[in-house]
Design a protein around this ligand. Structure first.
Ligand SMILES: [Zn+2]
Length: 320
């Protein structure tokens, strides 16, 4: 959701992060995955092909022969409704659900080839499917995973970023604060007083591992407020949006396309989005998801990616 005006603020500490072993080896998909579908914002068809890749390569997109790493270095700032990667004039939008699924299922290294149905496009968008990450988690499950091997024929230890000191970013009444912890815990709060059926919700994971993600997070769908949809369409967004690609809540009439998959599906979806955005911290086949207790309130993609920039030590005045 959109974050309002006002400057981000952040606290930075030296030695904020220590990269430590997860006790696991880096993985990749055992076989190729290919999926085609319409995009949420452009409404155009696009095809994604996920190809096995070597250890230490990480995750990267290939769009019209251009390589765009799934890294915070290429994340565009202030994209309220989706997370966008851009490099050398080529843009890949709505990457968060795919990256969330890859991060959570342990696809540490892969080549993601993406094509638009219009071969002249310089911008492409990952298909939305049902608005959740379920399609991608099931696709990874179908092909399976294998240990990734580097160019020397060796497997590689998978590292994860452990937080050493509390850190926060905030913008107006939205914030993300993280505390050092031995496991990944996420607590997320949302507040939509304009849509009482959503209202204020909190969701907390006690241990965010792959099994928890698959069962409790992956199937939660994107949501929108019905009365705000027209404004979004006029802004050229959600052209591919429908009752099949999102759960829609009216300010006065409640959820318009029930049933919900979970009573707190909207809040769970924000956790899904956060994991996708935090995955942009991954480097060289490591885990991107910060090992910490992360508490987020009224976050969105801009705040999520600002948090990753803070972890990365990227000056907020730098360009994208
Ligand atoms: Zn989302």
């Amino acid at each position: 959701m959109t974050v309002g005006g006002g400057a981000f603020s952040s606290l930075k500490f030296s030695s904020l992060i220590s990269w430590k072993s997860t006790g696991k080896l880096q993985q990749t998909v055992a076989n190729c995955i290919e999926r085609t579908g319409p995009a949420l914002h452009s409404g155009k068809l696009s095809t994604v092909k996920i190809v096995p890749e070597s250890a230490r390569t990480g995750r990267y997109f290939v769009f019209r022969s251009n390589i765009v790493r799934a890294s915070i270095d290429h994340a565009v700032k202030e994209t309220p409704l989706c997370t966008t990667l851009s490099k050398d004039g080529y843009t890949i939008r709505t990457v968060e659900h795919l990256l969330s699924a890859l991060e959570a299922t342990g696809v540490d290294n892969c080549r993601i080839e993406i094509e638009s149905c219009d071969p002249c496009d310089r911008s492409v968008e990952v298909p939305v499917f049902d608005g959740s990450a379920r399609e991608w988690v099931e696709a990874v499950d179908q092909v399976g995973l294998k240990v990734a091997i580097d160019c020397g024929g060796n497997s590689c230890e998978k590292l994860a970023p452990f937080l050493n000191e509390p850190v926060h970013v905030r913008k107006n009444d939205s914030f993300i604060v993280a505390f050092p912890h031995s496991k990944v815990n996420i607590t997320y709060g949302i507040d939509f007083p304009q849509a009482p059926a959503i209202g204020r919700q909190w969701f907390s994971s006690t241990l965010l591992d792959e099994s928890f993600y698959s069962k409790q997070i992956a199937s939660s769908r994107t949501f929108c407020i019905y009365e705000e949809v027209e404004h979004m369409r006029n802004s050229g967004l959600i052209k591919g949006g429908s009752t099949e690609t999102a759960i829609i809540c009216s300010a006065t009439r409640g959820w318009l396309n029930p049933p919900l998959r979970y009573g707190d599906e909207a809040c769970r979806h924000k956790v899904l989005d956060l994991i996708g955005d935090l995955s942009l911290f991954a480097k060289d086949g490591s885990q991107g998801l910060l090992v910490a207790h992360i508490v987020t309130y009224k976050g969105g993609h801009s705040l999520h990616t600002e948090f990753v920039r803070c972890l990365s030590g990227i000056n907020k005045k730098d360009g994208t």
